[in-house]
Design a protein around this ligand. Structure first.
Ligand code: FAD
Length: 508
């Protein structure tokens, strides 16, 4: 650590920004015994709501923290996505086909998401230091000296790492010199909350209307809707604008109890790097996308899940800091994919030429009608299409089902803060060596800082290579880090070396 002349508070990790991403990251570091300080410039949480859609992949991750009941109690299920244009239904995505136990998006205000995550942080022994702003940072090879302003006073905090979860205008990003690459979305957006009198369809929906005033409806608890639209002009009445579209489908519809009509601009940008030495970026500080698909916060939450276990291993001295490079390698392509797909949706929404709109509509019809293409849309919508097989810290075995880099299905429970070893195979076959391997794995876990739990499936049903005993090392973020079909302990040793960049001695 740097010697800080004049003293100053010392922490392992300083997190700037207590939005959903900073809250989750801080809680996950605390859970792993890493001291961190979470600061936020604001006096209290934001009450103006933004993210309303939590996708199944995020729900799975929240379930792994034991938080799912609170989220499900608070939110409303959006079981399908329907896309309309020119008065007609182009297609429906039934989210129960996504392959997760959570076959729906959850409609919930970001304010409630933050409140649940704040409680979780508190339960892990953490807190948010409010009215506390990052104003400067001196980054060295071995740490960061951050300048903090609180109630008009300035003081310094010495941290081994700083993570910028400080949103679109991220001061951490600015201070580190990392640039955002991409473009502003020129057509403005607008949003308001309302109930709809005269609604004739189901309430558990996301609905997209691709008409001259594009409108997206996402359902919220108590039969409220969050209404997104592209307003006609800078002065137009937002409710009239949205109604002009919705009435093409529900003639007697009207918006009642309208709340918070707001216009806003957004961007489609990704940071050139998610890590620069001792500085890391996550959430909106690292990537911005069109709100059309509701991926912004969800992508940020997955950043936090990906980063927390890695940063904890580094802070605890178990892994070399090169492990953090895999955070950039794994998460930046996801952010780029989300930004690209948001751009395409945005572009399609704003088409005005009748021929181009017809072409767009028939492409959507065809995509939603074909079972393979519809499935691709469903897994993209639900964020179950993320795959880290190209990551440098993934050790692949044979087989395509449950391959290394894929998300582990939620039929396998992963709850531990460290890796879970999952042994699949025929436990009853006498010569399989299943029982003795299971025993050996329990011993590995006993003395390990990387592997924490062992799960025995005693069946090969989930695998394509039936019969052979297969070992999976499932990472704390729910992705398969290693798959082996033979020489399991040696494979585990290689995997641990890959993750920690330190010698290990599992097989001996
Ligand atoms: C209208 C709208 C609708 C959206 N809908 C969805 C949706 O349905 N689904 C979805 O996934 N996403 C959605 N998003 C995106 C989502 O709101 C963001 O991606 C999400 O809030 C990002 O969370 P974050 O924690 O990264 O940043 P933020 O929530 O922006 O938090 C950043 C925090 O950093 C703090 N901060 C800033 N500067 C400093 C400083 N110098 N020192 C200390 N603290 C600082 C701020 O006070 C703030 O609390 C939507 C966005 C908009 C605008």
């Amino acid at each position: 650590m740097i010697d800080l002349a004049g003293g100053g508070e010392r922490v392992s990790v300083l997190i700037a920004g207590a939005g959903p991403v900073g809250l989750l990251l801080a809680a996950e570091l605390q859970r792993r015994g890493v001291s961190c300080k979470l600061i936020d410039a604001r006096q209290g949480p934001l009450h103006w709501d933004r993210a309303t859609v939590i996708h199944p992949r995020s729900l799975e991750s929240l379930a792994s923290l034991g938080l799912i009941d609170r989220f499900l109690e608070a939110g409303t299920k959006q079981r399908a996505v329907k896309i309309y244009s020119g008065g007609q239904l182009l297609g429906t995505l039934d989210l129960s086909e996504c392959g997760s136990a959570y076959g729906f998006n959850l409609g919930l205000s970001e304010e409630t998401t933050e409140s649940i995550l704040s409680d979780y942080l508190c339960a892990m022994g953490g807190t948010v230091h409010r009215s506390t702003r990052l104003v400067g940072a001196n980054v060295h090879d071995d740490g960061v000296v951050a300048e903090i302003e609180q109630d008009g006073d300035r003081y310094r905090v010495q941290a081994e790492w700083i993570v910028g979860c400080d949103g679109a205008h991220s001061p951490t990003r600015e201070l580190s010199g990392i640039v955002l690459e991409g473009h502003d979305i020129t057509q403005p957006w607008a949003v308001f909350d309302a109930s709809i009198a005269g609604w004739t369809d189901d309430f558990e929906l996301n609905v997209g209307y691709l008409d001259s005033v594009p409108v997206i409806l996402t359902s919220l608890p108590e039969r409220r809707w969050r209404v997104y639209l592209r307003p006609r002009s800078a002065e137009s009445d937002l409710v009239d604008d949205a109604l002009s579209t919705v009435r093409q489908y529900a003639a007697s519809a009207s918006f009642i109890d309208v709340a918070n009509p707001t216009r806003f601009h957004c961007s489609s940008k990704v940071a050139s790097r998610f890590r620069s030495g001792r500085v890391l970026l996550a959430g909106d500080a690292a990537h911005l996308c069109s709100p059309a698909q509701g991926h912004g916060m969800n992508t940020g939450l997955q950043d936090a899940f990906n980063l927390a276990w890695k940063l904890a291993l580094v802070c605890r001295g178990v892994a070399d800091s090169t492990l953090l490079d895999s955070y950039d390698v794994e998460r930046r392509p996801v952010a780029e994919m989300v930004a690209r797909s948001g751009d395409m949706t945005d572009f399609g929404e704003m088409l005005t030429d009748p021929a181009e709109r017809r072409e767009r509509d028939s492409a959507i019809r065809a995509t939603f009608a074909g079972s393979a293409s519809r499935h691709n849309e469903i897994v993209a919508e639900t964020e179950l299409n993320v795959d880290y097989s190209a990551s440098p810290i993934v050790l692949a075995g044979a087989g395509s089902a449950l391959a290394a880099g894929q998300r582990v299905p939620d039929t396998i429970t992963v709850r531990s803060a460290g890796h879970t070893l999952v042994l699949c195979g025929d436990a009853t076959a006498e010569d399989s060596g299943f029982a003795s391997l299971l025993d050996a794995l329990r011993k590995v876990v006993d003395g390990s800082s990387v592997f924490e739990a062992v799960v025995s499936l005693g069946t090969a049903d989930l695998l394509d290579g039936r019969g052979s005993t297969t070992l999976l090392a499932v990472r704390p973020d729910g992705y398969i880090g290693m798959r082996s079909e033979r020489d399991h302990l040696a494979a585990l040793e290689r995997y641990q070396e890959l993750v920690t960049a330190r010698p290990s001695a599992i097989a001996t």
